[in-house]
Design a protein around this ligand. Structure first.
Ligand SMILES: [Zn+2]
Length: 303
């Protein structure tokens, strides 16, 4: 099915000619539809994958045994195998009990998110555990690079893939996997925390991530914050909980406007961490000011 999709896109001229998957890459997946009645039989400790047969599960109890499975995907990541199944569910979105006021979220690099109710979520990439992992990743990547260099020095014209290189690649994949898990977990927790307060609406800025990525000093920090992933998860969460998600145009002066009197300060620099208003004398944290403005924004699109 993935192949069909790839060829359709190729014939429409949307993408290049499909390439075969490489076993050494991480995104190796196989999709299995349910063609026979016993396909995708789910038990507590094992699952029947079509053509492969029963496979023991390492982590038990995650797949609901009483649900009707439609299809599934087996995948491999960092030397581990995963299975995901698609089920029919008639769970309805939860009813909202008593919504509080709307909130605004200012996303940034210094802190991941500043909420207009004065809550701040730190940047996970600045914690010690992530920093340590990133250092380790750098070292292991250097080791891999040296393995290729040695081969070249020994006179091999093309540095070929070998068993030792494969081992090193796996090590690097494992670190990447760990980092992804940490970041994913943190994003989930932040989104959950925000939705738990049951706001009537949530306003966010339409961030120009690709524009920010062009700045080579910011690119890595922006990529590590994974704003797109955050937005997607928030969107999904809002849908489930009946919260209106508003997206404000990226040219809305959320940082430059005073959240108290509405005066616009034109000469605000990126380095100014506190906002001081000349009109009403308000002194407020820059990100908090922006998030309050977002919460009160009148012009927006509903995501
Ligand atoms: Zn003011």
């Amino acid at each position: 099915m993935n192949g069909e999709q790839a060829f359709k896109r190729f014939f429409k001229g949307e993408s290049k000619f499909p390439r075969f998957k490489k076993k050494k890459n991480q995104d190796v997946k196989a999709y299995f539809p349910k063609n026979n009645t016993t396909d995708w039989t789910v038990e507590r400790h094992r699952v029947k994958i079509p053509t492969i047969g029963f496979v023991q599960l390492k982590e038990k109890g995650y797949i609901p045994t009483n649900a009707v499975v439609k299809s599934g995907t087996a995948s491999m990541q960092a030397g581990r195998y995963f299975v995901a199944v698609l089920i029919d569910s008639n769970e309805k979105p939860k009813e909202d009990i008593e919504p509080t006021n709307g909130i605004g979220i200012d996303l940034g690099i210094k802190t991941l998110a500043t909420i207009s109710n004065n809550k701040v979520f730190k940047n996970i990439n600045k914690t010690n555990s992530v920093r340590k992992l990133k250092r380790k990743l750098k070292r292991e990547q250097r080791r891999l690079s040296r393995k290729y260099e040695h081969k070249k020095k020994r006179g091999e014209k093309t540095a070929t893939y070998s068993a030792n290189i494969a081992k090193q690649v796996k090590k690097i994949q494992a670190i990447h996997y760990k980092l992804t898990n940490i970041r994913n977990d943190y994003t989930n927790k932040v989104v959950n925390e925000i939705a738990k307060t049951k706001p009537s609406h949530i306003t966010i800025e339409d961030l120009n991530s690709s524009g920010m990525m062009k700045n080579r000093h910011l690119a890595k920090a922006v990529a590590e914050q994974r704003f797109y992933c955050f937005k997607q998860k928030l969107e999904c969460k809002c849908k489930d909980n009946g919260i209106e998600l508003r997206v404000v145009d990226r040219f809305y002066p959320s940082s430059k406007t005073c959240s108290c009197c509405g005066n616009i300060k034109k000469d605000l620099k990126l380095a100014d961490r506190t906002y001081t208003c000349q009109e009403c004398g308000l002194v407020i944290d820059r990100d908090l000011n922006a998030s309050i403005n977002l919460a009160n924004a009148k012009i927006y699109k509903i995501a």
